[in-house]
Design a protein around this ligand. Sequence first.
Ligand SMILES: Nc1ncnc2c1ncn2[C@@H]1O[C@H](COP(=O)(O)OP(=O)(O)OP(=O)(O)O)[C@@H](O)[C@H]1O
Ligand SMILES: [Mg+2]
Length: 487
Amino acid sequence: MTALGKLIRTTTFKLTLVYLTVFALFAAFLLGYFAFNTRRLFTEQITATVDAEISGLVDQYRSGGIRRLVLSIDRRSRQPGSGLYLVTTAQGQALAGNIGALPTGMINKTGWAETEYRRIEDPQSIPHQAIVSIFQLPDGFRVLVGRDLEDRERVHDIVISAARWSLALVIVLGIGGGFFVTRRVLNRIDAMTETARAIVEGDMAERLPIAGTGDELDRLAENLNAMLERIEALMRGLKEVSDNIAHDLKTPLTRLRNRAEEALRRAKSEGDYRAALERTIEESDALMRTFNALLMIARAESGQARENMTEFDAAEVAAGVGELYEPLAEERGLTLKVEAPRAMTMHGNRELISQALANLVDNAIKYAAPAGAPPGDSKPEVSVSAGSEGDRVLLVVADNGPGIPEADRGRVVERFVRLEGSRSQPGSGLGLSLAAAVARLHGGELRLEDNKPGLKAIIALPRGGPVQRQDDSEEVRAEGDSAEKEL
Ligand SMILES: Nc1ncnc2c1ncn2[C@@H]1O[C@H](COP(=O)(O)OP(=O)(O)OP(=O)(O)O)[C@@H](O)[C@H]1O
Ligand SMILES: [Mg+2]
């Protein structure tokens, strides 16, 4: 398609043409109206003066008869710039006046008429146009009084030519302006199309250009860019999850398969088979837990979980998690203390926040009193509390076990990271990743601090829930980048 063809097909250009037509019609109507009314005004003025003159002449005739009338007309028609006069006998013979020629039969009519005429002083000139009133006197004489229409025609011509010019100007400026505006819009749309094509071809990092004028195209580009940002973050999350599944679930799956094979080969009694099957079930359960944790992290990071946000009491969540883990803590010889004295309403995804807190409590129980360690004089303690700090809600889990060395606190929140000393405990290294992802989803953070001795894990969440979408996606992206490095 040629550049011109493309330009003409645009909506902007078509709109310009529509406006142009409407405007041109309006201008034509306005000038036509003006022309018609000036003409009418001229005619009205002429007829009024001619009427007045006629009544004057009739008065003269009444007081002094035809003689006086003829004298008066003769005098008037000799004055410079005078009107048009003619008085004839009943047979049409001119007695006085300044009209040399009239169309034949004209003088025999009565009343108003528009006619051509020639002045008596220049009978050879081109005929002029005049408006005349003709009347008959009682004894057959005919009188014509009129005015030349040259002025009226001249004004009319001026108006008509002004109309033509302004109409031409409107059309030229309109089409020119249309081309100009359309080209500008088209250039920007072309740039956007170009970017969109690059994105379709796989360059997800491309963004639509923004002119900075704040107009509707800029707003559209901004929104599309935000959408692309989101899609990119989601795709990165998806890729991470599938990469993680490929990398980290392959080993346990292979192990599972090898064990089953070995059992088939080696097992002799029914007891052996039973033991092998029980281990298989255990390992499958662990695999499923890992799967679920990965999916939950993906859900939290994609922001999809934002849809299920409600108002709830964080203190109640802390109490609920405490109650849930009480039997396990007791089994491990630990005291579990819950401190959530007053209600603390907040906005967020209750299910994910409960899971995040449960992961921290699970860690505290798991690592503060490792199985098999002889219980000391005082029972090790794990405390779960819900407090606040400014407009943030703090969910704190503290233990006095071995803690996490400061140097490792950054990396333990990454996926599948487990510290050396913890290998004896079951787990896949996803608990803290989920807690951190949930905190980020709500616009908050996961802090790991020294409890001297032990670990103090704090989930700090804004009471009102996540505020700005843009910031969240930035954070998800930052996290995505670091996770990619890890892979
Ligand atoms: N309270 C704690 N005390 C000491 N070390 C801890 C504590 N919490 C976490 N850690 C260390 O951080 C690592 C990561 O914890 P995370 O909860 O992410 O994984 P996990 O507990 O090993 O497995 P999962 O939670 O997926 O079952 C743990 O393996 C452990 O080394
Ligand atoms: Mg854990």
